[in-house]
Design a binder for this molecule. Structure first.
Ligand code: GLU
Length: 403
């Protein structure tokens, strides 16, 4: 088993056992309820496609679809487990799912991309639906692709089914603010952290400048935060006094706008807050001892390994778990799903308010003094997992009575 899935499963098993969660539930959560794997013929190749339906204890399966070269069965399963935990932690009535296709996205023409999106929906059709499994965007699947998928679903179902997908274009029933939602959620967490720790003008370094990282930076700069370093897979830049929104977002790439640094340099910068918005496993036990930031916000999924987090926590560094920091996207998806089901319309303010309220509540729960999970014996990520597991356990025990 690869390291990512192993780490995620260990998180459930170890934290759950340590926190006294029912063994039956832990056993159930260590295997997905259903896993669909199929092939899609495209341009003389057979692509591997997946959908993992991890848990429906709290509601219909929910989670994104990624089109990436490295997608495989294990990655999809690991990410679906994180979705189950994320929805439980922020208390929205969804279960966890995830999907993907292993494809070299950069090489896809517009026409092939459209064909792939439709074929993926045809393969998935028998097991998804507005009350069963509601897919959403993830890496390389934007609102156009999701809108196309929803259209294809509705066509096969012979029924207009806008609640079958979230992350659609606004004119196709999407909700305002969905595109920026994950970045906005990360920003809300930054605000909570600064209030809690009484940080006035903290320096912030951001790794990753995709949809999530760039929107996080946008909100942070609009609110006068000092962003002193940014990087993406091609490299990074720094500015001691902090970048302005004009420099970062106008004209050419931000990589031409400051002193050059590389990705690893960014991780080890002497900043107050380090925001990880790129990929999984960027801080491991190898580089953890070299980290100088006082706070880390995990905006990507699984960017800090368990062993690394232990080292960081021992050094006094606070690591805000991914299941909290990046939950803004699925919180907005919940608004979109309700909107599509009820035929109502939410404004961007409604959606952002919902995200901020949900994340603030979970943030306070996570950082409150808790005799059950003392700071000395539990990593913050363990506590987050336990708060999620407790919610799952409550529902699991209620429904078990009917079995
Ligand atoms: N892909 C996003 C995530 O990982 C969104 C999932 C959703 O909205 O269902 O949280």
């Amino acid at each position: 088993m690869g390291k990512f899935l192993k780490d995620v499963k260990k998180q459930i098993k170890k934290s759950g056992e340590k926190g006294g969660i029912k063994k039956e539930l832990l056993k159930k959560l260590l295997s997905p309820e259903r896993f669909l794997e199929f092939t899609i013929p495209l341009n003389e190749k057979y692509l591997h496609a997946y959908r993992c339906q991890h848990s429906s204890i709290l509601g219909p399966y929910k989670g994104g679809i990624r089109f990436c070269k490295h997608v495989d069965r294990e990655e999809v399963e690991a990410l679906s487990i994180l979705m189950t935990l994320k929805c439980a932690l922020i208390d929205i009535p969804f279960g966890g799912g995830k999907g993907g296709v292993a494809v070299d996205f950069q090489k896809l023409s517009g026409e092939l991309l459209e064909k792939l999106a439709k074929e993926y929906v045809r393969g998935l059709f028998p097991i998804i639906g507005p009350d069963v499994d509601i897919p959403a965007p993830d890496i390389n699947t934007n609102e156009d692709i999701i809108s196309l998928m929803e259209e294809e679903y509705s066509k096969i179902a012979r029924k207009h089914s806008p609640a079958s997908f979230t992350g659609k274009k606004i004119e196709k029933g999407g909700v305002a603010g969905r595109v920026e939602a994950t970045g906005y959620g990360g920003f809300s967490v930054l605000e909570e952290l600064c209030v809690k720790e009484r940080l006035e003008t903290p320096s912030v370094a951001v790794q990753g400048f995709g949809n999530v990282g760039s929107n996080f930076v946008k909100f942070a700069l609009e609110n006068n935060y000092r962003i002193t370093a940014i990087s993406n897979e091609e490299g990074g830049v720094e500015s001691k006094e902090g970048f302005s929104a004009e420099t970062i977002f106008k004209d050419c790439s931000f990589l031409k706008k400051g002193k050059k640094i590389n990705n690893e340099d960014l991780l080890e910068k002497d900043v107050d807050i380090l925001v990880l918005a790129a990929v999984e496993r960027v801080i491991t036990k190898k580089n953890a001892p070299k980290i100088k930031a006082k706070y880390i916000i995990n905006l990507a999924n699984g960017p800090v390994t368990r062993k690394a987090e232990k080292i960081l926590q021992e050094k006094g560094i606070i690591v805000v778990p991914d299941v909290l920091a990046n939950a803004g996207g699925v919180a907005a998806s919940y608004c979109e799903w309700v909107q599509s089901k009820e035929g109502i319309k939410y404004s961007k303010e409604d959606v952002f308010q919902f995200i901020a309220a949900k994340l603030k509540k979970s943030f306070c729960e996570l950082f409150s003094k808790d005799e059950k999970y003392p700071k000395e014996s539990f990593l913050l990520s363990e506590k987050a997992v336990l708060l999620a597991l407790s919610r799952l356990e409550k529902k699991f025990l209620e429904t078990e009575k009917f079995n």
